[in-house]
Design a binder for this molecule. Structure first.
Ligand SMILES: [Zn+2]
Length: 201
C-alpha cells in the first residue's frame, strides 16, 4: 500500500488531545450497560481510519488492524498512568500493558516515520515542524496516531485528563473546569442518583 507524495508531509500536532481521546474512546459504553469495541473487526479499524484520513485508504489485508489494536492498548495503558491516583477506565483496568512496553510501541510507530524536524517562525514564537517522506499508508496512520498520543500525554492539557467513574461510563475526558468530575451531564446525573440510592439504603 504505497502512496506517492511530491513533498514531505507535515505531521499535525496533537497537543489538544482530540485525536488521542478519539482513538482511546474506540472502547466505549454501548448504551445498554455494556462495553463495545469499535475495532472488533478488521473492517471496523479500516472504517475508523477511512473516516479520518480518506486519502490514506487502508488495505485491511495488511497488518494495520492488529497493529492499531496494539497501539491502542499502549495508549490506554499510558492514559491509565496519566490519571493516577484516579482509577483507570474500567474495561481494561485489570490487564493494562506494562508501561515500558507501551512506550516501546509508541516509539516504534514514531521511528517508522523517520521524521525530519525543523523550526519555523510562527508569529511571536517558534513552531516545530515534523515531516515525513514516508509513502506507506500504514506507517503514516500508525505514526499520526502515536504522535497525537505522545503530543497530548507530554503536553500541557494532560494534567486535566480524567477517567469518568460514573456508573457504566468508561470514558477518558479532559476537564473543562477544575471541579468537573464527570465526562458529561448525563453521567453526573447517573452518579448522583447512584449515590442517593446508596445513601437511602
Ligand atoms: Zn462519563
Amino acid at each position: 500500500m504505497i502512496i506517492r507524495y511530491y513533498q514531505p508531509m507535515r505531521m499535525p500536532l496533537g497537543e489538544d488531545g482530540k485525536l488521542a481521546l478519539d482513538f482511546v474512546s474506540t472502547i466505549r459504553h454501548d448504551g445498554a450497560g455494556g462495553v463495545t469495541d469499535d475495532f472488533a473487526e478488521d473492517r471496523d479499524v479500516a472504517r475508523w481510519v477511512r473516516d479520518r484520513w480518506p486519502e490514506w485508504a487502508p488495505d485491511t489485508s495488511t497488518t494495520l488492524p492488529r497493529r492499531m489494536r496494539g497501539l491502542r492498548r499502549a495508549a490506554r495503558a499510558l492514559f491509565a498512568r496519566a490519571v493516577r491516583p484516579m482509577p483507570p477506565s474500567r474495561p481494561d483496568a485489570s490487564h493494562l500493558m506494562p508501561e515500558a512496553e507501551a512506550i516501546h510501541v509508541l516509539n516504534e510507530a514514531i521511528a517508522d516515520l523517520s521524521l525530519d524536524i525543523a523550526v519555523e517562525a510562527g508569529g511571536a514564537s517558534l513552531l516545530t515542524v515534523r515531516s515525513t517522506a514516508s509513502a506507506d499508508a500504514e506507517v503514516l496512520i500508525r505514526g499520526a496516531v502515536a504522535l497525537a498520543v505522545v503530543d497530548f500525554l507530554a503536553g500541557p492539557h494532560v494534567t486535566k485528563l480524567r477517567s469518568c467513574q460514573a456508573p457504566r461510563c468508561v470514558r477518558y475526558f479532559v476537564q473543562r473546569h477544575g471541579r468537573q468530575e464527570w465526562c458529561k451531564e448525563s453521567c453526573g446525573n447517573r452518579a448522583r442518583a447512584a449515590r442517593h440510592r446508596a445513601r437511602s439504603r
